[in-house]
Write a protein that binds this ligand. Sequence first.
Ligand code: ZN
Length: 198
Amino acid sequence: MILPIHLLGSPILREDTVEVTPDMPEVQGLIDDMIETMQGARGIGLAAPQVGRSERIFVVDVSPMAEDFLEAGLAMPEQPMVFLNARITASGDEESEFEEGCLSIPDIHETVFRPDRIELEWMDGSFKLHRAWFDGILARVIQHEYDHVDGVLFIDHLRPLRRRLLKRRLLDIQEGRVSSDYPTYGHGIGLIAADPVS
Ligand code: ZN
């Protein structure tokens, strides 16, 4: 089932999340719905708060970027990937820049600096524990989604001047003056501006 995506201004994007456990009966269905929602919106990652949920879950599908992997000489693990209760356990010293976007912040793309590699500990959809280093595109997408389950958005990483220049456009999204080609939550009903833009 495709779920509506919460946009900037929806309070759930900033709320605390809870770890998931195998005895939570709704987790498998939620994972399936999140993958369907991500792919339906042509996103390469989606986190639970973006569909109005507070579990520490995110999904990734970088298969649309197969060519970039090929060019960078990187192997692509089987997609989509499911990350439950993920924890970044180490980061590389180098930073890289990349133009990011977000299904919750339509039509805004900005350069964000992040560590170019991370070590992650997580459980997959079968609650099997993994620990691995990621670099390149996967390190980037995973850090963006990981931020979401911590209530952080990519615009939080922008320099104050850059964010000030985006203020009007961010306010438009918060107040529902935005269009997207995927279903969004509360669109057009006037969301409460829970996200002070400065
Ligand atoms: Zn996002």
